[in-house]
Design a protein around this ligand. Structure first.
Ligand code: SF4
Length: 427
């Protein structure tokens, strides 16, 4: 493990894949084990990821060539293969996934939480580009945390924003932090402990949409310099804080709103950010609780022009996020072979849909052997991007970050295996 000459690593810096901040400054010159306990270098969440990454990988008994042949046979015979891909695939793997799913005439889905799906749909529905995180993070006056808890999901985010703000502006003036809704006390404690000013609006998740609509109306009136009045003092206070901001960043997460309101609330939020960009620079960003640094959905959008689930069944791209949902396809028995890609492929799938999968052949490309009860399973173990092999990932601020390998592995890489399957399919 960690043999620098074999991995081709030229520097001693490791890219942490504990969250999509992708910190690339942990120094492994004293070895991986020493880094795990050095919490000045890596946060507790990153140390946990590092420890899990060193767990031994069990190899299936059947040979890889035999498994690839079996996967080709199943895909060749399938009328409607369903590809379920997690959000942690690298750029190279994502290209091969899209190409092989297309050749198998499959349906390609990347399941996500309702808030994450709402956020990506809202961006395409509203269709207006606002400024990026890179544009505002170093000069922001205000950072808003709405229903997210970066102290748990992105432990070094608060520290980094404060640090960058001081470096860029040269001042130690505290940022104003606005915390809205269900934010766990850990983030608020982290902020107050570092001397930051915190305004807290403890609105319930069930009120998110109505408060947002009210807030938008007040911001529009203020933008038009029309006198405003509101029966809701807390909305008026937040509107005043936002209106007096020049550069702002809004992070939202899984506790932003109730799941059934995700589509409406995320679209309303997207529109609020556009309205805030009238005379100011504002950015909004969804903070995922788990990983979400892969580029699968981005590559899929580049190649197909659509966000969300797509089908290649008709020999051309068909796009309908509702019709091509995993739950619906399984419930209506509109799929006859499943291809799971990644250790987290089943993460956002309801348990009754997972139970329905047992009736079909399943091909699973993964690294770890988590419990599953699929009687017909081709279980292909592949290298982990950014651990066993070099890979490029997508950071929170949209920058692509290379991750050097630090573990020797004899496993094949996913893109190579998929390319062999692509070559074996005769459609
Ligand atoms: S903040 Fe995220 S990427 Fe950075 S060290 Fe912690 S877990 Fe790793």
């Amino acid at each position: 493990m960690n043999d620098l000459s074999r991995t081709g690593q030229t520097e001693n810096l490791l890219t942490c894949l504990g969250c999509n901040l992708l910190c690339d400054d942990p120094d492994v010159s004293s070895g991986i084990a020493a880094l795990e306990s050095n919490l000045k270098q890596i946060c507790p969440r990153g140390a946990d990821w590092l420890m899990r990454s060193q767990e031994p990988i069990e190899l299936p008994e059947r040979s890889l060539e035999h498994q690839i042949l079996e996967a080709i046979t199943w895909l060749q015979a399938a009328r409607a293969p369903l590809w379920i891909v997690d959000h942690q695939q690298s750029l190279a793997a994502s290209r091969s996934i899209v190409a092989t799913a297309e050749k198998s005439r499959g349906i390609l889905v990347s399941p996500a939480s309702p808030i994450a799906e709402g956020a990506s749909r809202a961006a395409s529905h509203v269709g207006q580009v606002v400024c990026s995180l890179g544009d505002v993070r170093s000069r922001a006056d205000v950072i808003i945390l709405w229903g997210c808890d970066p102290a748990l999901s992105h432990p070094r985010l608060i520290e980094r924003i404060c640090q960058q703000n001081i470096e860029q502006t040269g001042s130690k003036r505290p940022l104003r932090w606005i915390v809205v809704g269900d934010v766990l006390p850990s983030s608020i404690q982290q902020l107050t402990a570092s001397g930051q000013t915190v305004h807290h609006f403890p609105w319930g998740k069930d009120l998110t949409f109505s408060k947002l609509q009210h807030l938008r109306s007040m911001i529009r009136q203020k933008n038009q310099q029309v006198a405003t009045s509101s029966a809701d003092a807390s909305v008026a206070e937040l509107a005043e804080l936002l209106h007096s901001t020049r550069y702002g960043c809004l992070f939202f997460g899984e506790a932003f709103c109730q799941p059934e309101m995700a589509a409406l609330a995320t679209e309303s939020l997207q529109r609020l950010v556009i309205e805030l960009n009238d005379g100011r620079a504002f950015h909004s960003q969804y903070l995922a609780n788990h990983g979400d640094f892969g580029m699968g959905s981005v590559v899929c959008t580049w190649q197909t022009g659509y966000t969300g689930a797509i089908s290649f069944q008709q020999g051309q791209i068909d796009h309908d996020g509702n019709r091509f949902s995993v739950e619906r396809l399984l419930r209506e028995k509109n799929t006859d072979c499943l291809v799971l890609v990644g250790d987290h492929a089943l993460e956002h799938i309801p348990s009754e849909s997972i139970a329905q999968m047992a009736a079909q052949p399943v091909i699973w490309f993964r690294s770890y052997s988590t419990e599953c009860s699929f009687p017909q399973l081709v279980d292909i173990r592949v290298q982990r991007d950014g651990i066993d092999r070099r890979a490029v990932f997508h950071r929170l601020d949209q920058l692509t970050i290379p991750a050097r390998p630090w573990n020797d592995s004899s496993l094949p890489d996913l893109a190579t295996v998929l390319d062999k399957i692509w070559n074996g399919l005769s459609r």
